[in-house]
Write a protein that binds this ligand. Structure first.
Ligand SMILES: NC(=O)c1ccc[n+]([C@@H]2O[C@H](COP(=O)([O-])OP(=O)(O)OC[C@H]3O[C@@H](n4cnc5c(N)ncnc54)[C@H](OP(=O)(O)O)[C@@H]3O)[C@@H](O)[C@H]2O)c1
Length: 222
């Protein structure tokens, strides 16, 4: 993000990690959430919102997608409605957001995209706590890697941040406290810990970094 002119769009920036990102560039940021009238699982709403954004502010330099509901449940106890909800929230919302906005970034031949997965989903191992959620996040990583290659010639980068246990007022406190002993750094992460990675990915220093998963988890062994 350069100077005061580059725009940042945070899809899901009403609380938690997304809110901290939006607050870091208060004059340059637009936030989309359902409570602000935009449901990112609905491509029509996204299309209209982006047409309005483009008229008012032009094409954003940076797009950060922070939506992703979490349900901790074994796979065989996950009902179909929960499965569909987790994929709609974590994967479909990203797909629709990328399709609504990235073509304009490609046209303008610059841009940064940051998506959020979860620590460990890029590894070749079981993720027992929340298999449906982690499956959707793993799919998101694969989507991001492919998009990164697709848009690299246009000067647009696409990267994924994989957070561990990040504490904020709306985070899953019980599960985080239960797993705290598995964090070698000895503490839960903060939204500032994640913001540091976002600042890097939106900076000139990261212009040549794309298709990567960057983990922020204090060494979590989960
Ligand atoms: N916090 C952690 O420890 C942790 C760990 C690993 C991964 N992550 C991932 O990191 C990302 C951010 O986590 P977080 O804890 O900050 O999330 P969060 O507290 O659940 O906040 C999500 C935000 O997204 C908005 N949102 C949800 N569904 C939406 C939809 N369909 N359309 C538009 N906006 C929607 C919510 O506002 P509305 O309800 O008003 O729409 C809210 O502002 C997520 O992808 C999460 O899976 C978090």
């Amino acid at each position: 993000m350069n100077g005061t002119t580059d725009r940042l769009l945070v899809v899901g920036g009403g609380q938690g990690i997304g809110q901290a990102i939006a607050d870091a560039w208060p004059q340059q940021t637009t936030v989309w959430t359902r409570s602000r009238g935009i449901d990112a699982t609905d491509p029509r709403q996204l299309g209209e919102a982006f047409a309005n954004h483009r008229r008012a502010h032009g094409v954003p330099f940076a797009l950060v997608h922070t939506i992703g509901d979490f349900v901790e449940q074994p796979l065989l106890r996950t009902d179909l409605a929960t499965w569909r909800h987790l994929f709609a929230s974590n994967l479909d919302s990203a797909f629709h957001t990328l399709q609504a906005i990235v073509p304009a970034m490609v046209e303008s031949r610059r841009g940064r995209v940051v998506l959020f997965a979860a620590a460990g989903v890029d590894k070749d191992r079981a993720m027992l706590r929340a298999p449906a959620y982690f499956a959707a996040k793993a799919a998101l990583v694969q989507l991001a890697r492919s998009l990164a290659v697709e848009v690299a010639p246009a000067g647009v980068t696409v990267n994924v941040i994989a957070p561990g246990l990040i504490h904020h007022p709306h985070s899953h406190q019980q599960s985080q406290q239960r797993l705290l002993a598995r964090v070698p750094s000895g503490r839960l992460g903060t939204v500032e810990d994640v913001l540091g990675m976002v600042r890097y990915l939106l900076s000139d220093a990261a212009a040549y970094v794309t298709g990567q998963v960057l983990t922020v988890d204090g060494g979590l062994q989960a």
